[in-house]
Design a protein around this ligand. Structure first.
Ligand SMILES: [Zn+2]
Length: 334
């Protein structure tokens, strides 16, 4: 009897090493395998970056863009021409980061800006090239308050009177920034919108952007579902507002919040029959490549390169959920 107790104790210690409550490797691997299979060739970068995080020197903050160089880096490394990618959606991005203009009968909604140094050459000059007038900008929706997506917003607000839409917690973080931060700090006034957990429906003209509150990448990240027109045909877009998981460590609540958010936007995308997946980083949605493909002559029956179909859109969110679940287990988070 005594021997049995001793043996059981020994087995228990060998199975669960002190201080390392990591899930069995096979369980982690099964989530990585599920993510890999959902990723296929289309979402390889999303899969690799999320399932096998490789923090940059200087920590995650460095990669988020707030510490990005203030003088513009050499345009040869980032400049991209603007493109009209649907009847009413325009891509105004660099090779790495995306901004979008959604044109409606009552004005323009800009979705995400970029680093401050891209505001003039990409957003403003890009709009002029595509015959869009910045004076028509009514709203700027920011998926999250990191410098690589929001440094252009104060300029658009100040110069064109655009109303700013941001997740409530990200608004709070923005307003606390030092006044000399690159691009300046937007102000929150009447007409600006702080989106809470229940989400928001932003209507302008005939367009309605369903805003889904998807905290995780930042505390107030927003994702969207909205219609665009492809040669007169209505197509639904799902927009993933934030991709990488943070340094959540063993904080199970943060991991679960991220995973629940991906489920929520995936459900909204499925309900709307979304067949386009967009993001704010080209490495995740291939926007830079797809935008250039717009210029290529389409064969008979060939669709818009941004339309990937409802299953592929769901696959994208499956990659995010499965990689986050694998990382949560790997970190021993409960
Ligand atoms: Zn970010």
């Amino acid at each position: 009897m005594k021997k049995c107790v001793w043996l059981a104790a020994l087995l228990a210690t060998s199975i669960s090493l002190p201080g390392r409550a990591q899930a069995p490797v096979s369980e982690i691997d099964s989530h990585i395998a599920a993510a890999k299979s959902a990723a296929g060739l289309d979402y390889r970068a999303t899969f690799a970056n999320l399932c096998f995080p490789n923090p940059p020197p200087g920590g995650a903050r460095g990669a988020l863009g707030l510490l990005a160089p203030r003088p513009a880096p050499d345009p040869a490394t980032w400049y991209a021409s603007p493109y009209q990618v649907f009847d009413n959606l325009y891509w105004l991005g660099t090779r790495q980061h995306s901004s979008w203009a959604l044109k409606t009968s009552a004005g323009i909604i800009i979705i995400d800006t970029n680093f401050a140094w891209a505001t003039q050459p990409e957003i403003l000059d890009g709009m002029a090239k595509l015959k869009l007038d910045p004076k028509d900008i009514k709203y700027v929706i920011l998926s999250h308050a990191h410098g690589d997506h929001d440094q252009g917003v104060a300029t658009l607000q100040k110069n064109y009177g655009a109303k700013v839409v941001m997740g409530g917690p990200d608004w709070e973080a923005t307003l606390k920034r030092a006044p000399d931060v690159a691009g300046g700090v937007p102000v929150r006034g009447p007409g600006d919108i702080a989106v809470g957990p229940e989400g928001y429906k932003l209507t302008l003209g005939e367009s309605m952007v369903e805003i889904v509150f998807t905290p995780g990448h930042s505390v107030g990240t927003l994702s969207y579902v909205f219609p665009v027109m492809d040669k007169g045909k209505r197509v639904m877009v799902a927009y993933s507002g934030g991709t990488l998981t943070g340094a959540f460590g063993t904080d199970g609540r943060r991991w679960d919040e991220y995973i629940d958010s991906q489920k929520r936007i995936a459900q909204a995308a499925a309900a709307a029959g979304a067949s386009v997946i967009l993001s704010n980083h080209s490495e995740y949605d291939g926007a830079y490549t797809k935008a250039r493909l717009i210029a290529a002559k389409r064969e008979v029956g060939e669709g818009n390169p941004f339309i990937v179909g409802p299953q592929s859109v769901q696959n994208y969110f499956t990659v995010m959920q499965e990689c986050a679940t694998a990382s949560k287990l790997r970190n021993g988070a409960k």
